[in-house]
Write a protein that binds this ligand. Structure first.
Ligand code: PFF
Length: 453
C-alpha cells in the first residue's frame, strides 16, 4: 500500500496546495477585522512574530508527522508511537475535527455560491443600499436554498478530491491560487481608488501600541493557528504527500508567507471600500455577506457595471478560497477511509460527502427551522464552531507539538528536518526548542486566555 501512495509533484505543488488550505475565510473575514480592532500595524507585527516563533514550528511538526509516518492522519500517530493506546486514540481526533469543521464551513461556502449567483443576477447593484444587508437574514434562515447551495459547494470540493492528489488537488490548487491572488489584487485596486478609501487604509496601518495587551497576543496566535490550518489534520495529511527530498522548512515558510500576504491583500481589498461606503466594519459572516454587498450597492449608483463586475469577482474569490481550504479537510477523511477501511477513492468521497452533507444540513437549518435546537444557548452551527475553534483545534495542535517534541526521539526529528542529513540543519536546535517548549506553552496560554479573559 505504502508504495502506491500518491505524492505532490514538487516544491511549488506542495506550497500551492498547503497555501490553498491556509488561505480561506479566515484571511478574508477575520484577519482584516482583527487588525483594525487590535492595534493596526502593531497587531500585524505581533501576528508575524507569532507565526514565525509559534505557528511555523507547529506547522513543521505536523508536516513531519505526516511525512515521517507516510500515512493518513489517524494512523500517523499510531504508527510513529508504535501503536501506543493513547496516541492511537488521539489519532481519531484528527478525523473528527476536519469532519466537524468541513460540515459547517461548507455551509458558509454555500452562502458564497448563492451570493455569487445573486451578483451575476445584479441583485446588489439593483437593490437600495439600506435594503441590501437585510437580504442576508431571510436567506440564511430559509430552508431549501442554503441547504442546496451547501450541498452544491461540498459536492464541488469532494469532486476535486475524487480526482486524486495529483490530478485533483494539485491541479486545482495550481490554477486557483494564482487566480485568487489576481482577483484580490484587482479588487484591491478598485477598493483603494474609491473616494474616502483613505480611512480604511489608516484603519489597517495605524500602529497603536497601546492596544497590545496579553489578550492581543493570544488573539494573534489563535488567528495565526487557524489561518495556517493547524490542528485540523489537514497539514498532517498534506505532509504525508510531500516527497522525502523536499526541504520542509522552505515549503512551510513559503506557505506561511503566502498566507500572510493574502491576508494583508484581503485587508486592503475590503477595508478601504467599507470605509468609503461610510460604514463600520464588523467581524464574521456579516462582513462578507452584509457589509460588502452594501458597498457594492452604494457604489453601484455611480458605477453600475464596474460594481457588478467587482461583486461577481469578489464572491468568486470567496468561493475559490473556501474551496481550496475545504478540499484539504475532505482529503483527511478520504485518505483515512481509503487506507484504513480499504475503500476506493470514489467511495471514500461519497462517504465523506454523506457525513458532512448531513451534518452541514443540520448546521444550515440551525439558522432557520432548527434555530430552537440549542445547547448551552448555542445553535448547532455556533456550537460546532465554538467547540472546534476553542477546544478541539488547540488540543490537536498541542498534541502534535508534544508528540514531536517529547515522544519522537530527537534523532528522528532531526533526520526528518534535514532529510537524512542532506539539508542544512543549522536552525534545527532553535526549531526543536520552539517545538518542545515554546509552542506547547503558547498553546496552553491561548487555551487559558479563551476561557479566562
Ligand atoms: N486556514 C483556513 C482559513 O483561514 O479559512 C482554515 C480552514 C477552515 C481550513 C476551514 C479548512 C477549512 F475547511
Amino acid at each position: 500500500m505504502a508504495g502506491k501512495r500518491e505524492k505532490f509533484g514538487g516544491r511549488l505543488a506542495v506550497i500551492l496546495a498547503m497555501a490553498g488550505s491556509a488561505i480561506g475565510l479566515g484571511n478574508i473575514w477575520r484577519f482584516p477585522y482583527m487588525v483594525g480592532e487590535h492595534g493596526g500595524a502593531a497587531f500585524v507585527f505581533i501576528y508575524i512574530l507569532a507565526t514565525i516563533f509559534i505557528s511555523l514550528p507547529v506547522f513543521l511538526a505536523e508536516v513531519m508527522i505526516g511525512r515521517r509516518s507516510h500515512t493518513n492522519a489517524r494512523d500517523a500517530f499510531a504508527r510513529l508511537s508504535r501503536h501506543h493506546p493513547f496516541w492511537r486514540a488521539a489519532g481519531y481526533l484528527t478525523i473528527l475535527i476536519p469532519t466537524l469543521i468541513a460540515s459547517y464551513y461548507s455551509v458558509i461556502g454555500g452562502w458564497s455560491v448563492e451570493y455569487f449567483v445573486q451578483s451575476c443576477g445584479l441583485t446588489f447593484v439593483k437593490t437600495a443600499p439600506e435594503q441590501v444587508s437585510g437580504l442576508f437574514a431571510p436567506f440564511v434562515s430559509s430552508t431549501w436554498t442554503p441547504v442546496l447551495m451547501h450541498l452544491v459547494f461540498l459536492a464541488a470540493c469532494v469532486g476535486v478530491v475524487a480526482g486524486g492528489v495529483k490530478s485533483g488537488i494539485e491541479k486545482f490548487s495550481k490554477v486557483s491560487l494564482p487566480v485568487l491572488f489576481v482577483l484580490i489584487i484587482f479588487i484591491l485596486g478598485y477598493s483603494v481608488a474609491l473616494p474616502g478609501a483613505g480611512a480604511g487604509v489608516r484603519y489597517l496601518l495605524h500602529p497603536d501600541w497601546s492596544e497590545l495587551t496579553p489578550r492581543t497576543f493570544a488573539y494573534a496566535m489563535g488567528q495565526s493557528f487557524f489561518s495556517l490550518s493547524l490542528g485540523m489534520g489537514a497539514i498532517i495529511t498534506y505532509g504525508s504527500y510531500v516527497s522525502k527530498r523536499e526541504n520542509i522548512l522552505v515549503t512551510s515558510s513559503g506557505t506561511a508567507v503566502s498566507d500572510l500576504l493574502f491576508a494583508i491583500l484581503a485587508g486592503f481589498a475590503i477595508m478601504p471600500a467599507v470605509f468609503a461606503a461610510g460604514i463600520e466594519p464588523g467581524a464574521g459572516p456579516g462582513l462578507i455577506f452584509q457589509t460588502v454587498p452594501y458597498v457594492f450597492s452604494k457604489m453601484g449608483a455611480d458605477l453600475p457595471v464596474l460594481s457588478a463586475a467587482v461583486s461577481i469577482l469578489f464572491f468568486l474569490a470567496i468561493i475559490v478560497a473556501a474551496m481550496t481550504s475545504l478540499i484539504s479537510l475532505v482529503e483527511v477523511g478520504v485518505s483515512f477511509l481509503m487506507e484504513r477501511k480499504g475503500l476506493s477513492r470514489g467511495r471514500a468521497c461519497l462517504v465523506v460527502f454523506a457525513i458532512c452533507g448531513s451534518l452541514g444540513t443540520l448546521c444550515s437549518l440551525s439558522f432557520g427551522p432548527l434555530a430552537d435546537a440549542t445547547v448551552a444557548g448555542m445553535s448547532i452551527f455556533d456550537l460546532l464552531d465554538w467547540v472546534c475553534s476553542n477546544i478541539l483545534l488547540l488540543t490537536m495542535a498541542l498534541l502534535s507539538v508534544l508528540f514531536v517534541g517529547w515522544i519522537l526521539p530527537r534523532r528522528v526529528v532531526r533526520d526528518e528536518f534535514t532529510n537524512g542529513g542532506t539539508v542544512n540543519g543549522r536552525v534545527f536546535p532553535v526549531l526543536y526548542f520552539l517545538i518542545k517548549w515554546v509552542a506547547p506553552i503558547a498553546v496552553v496560554i491561548i487555551f487559558c486566555t479563551n476561557f479566562i479573559l
